[in-house]
Design a protein around this ligand. Sequence first.
Ligand SMILES: [Fe+2]
Length: 196
Amino acid sequence: MTYTARTFALPELTGLSTKQIEVHLALYQGYVKHVNLIMEKIAAYKEADAEGNAFAIAEMRRRLGFEFDGMRMHEYYFEQFEGEKSGDPESALAKAAAEKYGSGEDFIAHIKEVAGTRGIGWTVVYYDPAGKTLHTAWVDDHQLGQLSGLPIILALDMWEHAYMVDYVPADKKSYVEAFLENVNWSVIEDRFAKAS
Ligand SMILES: [Fe+2]
């Protein structure tokens, strides 16, 4: 099978320009292309000479997590902007966030704190159904540090490509503010409802 890049019905965003989003969507499409390419190449290399190509095949297998998570994380990212912005301050997510972090405001403050981690990667909020709790983690690249099997509730792209059309790196806090302002929290609440 091959993957097809998704399209997203994005409203006009505040503090994130059309150009910024276009550049970022093109990058997402590149990940989809490379997931397909890796799977095709592994098959072709095996077919041609599995033993002789063993090293090349192993390297491509190592690379799949980067490309695949690069694809999937961007799908989590862009779909968070879709639809008419709404959110319920009394939602089950709000209650779980208050239980873990103190209040909705404290939850947002914690997301911002984790987003300030040096380097490129993602700030990801997960729900752990086994522990019945939220976790906010930093993920390097797209795949390093993911919490295995936990449903993703919120994905904040902290790669410089996510904001450098609009903000310089020293001003990445403004990007985080813009991201949070544009998130349609009903999407996040739906994810939480499914996960829990
Ligand atoms: Fe990105």
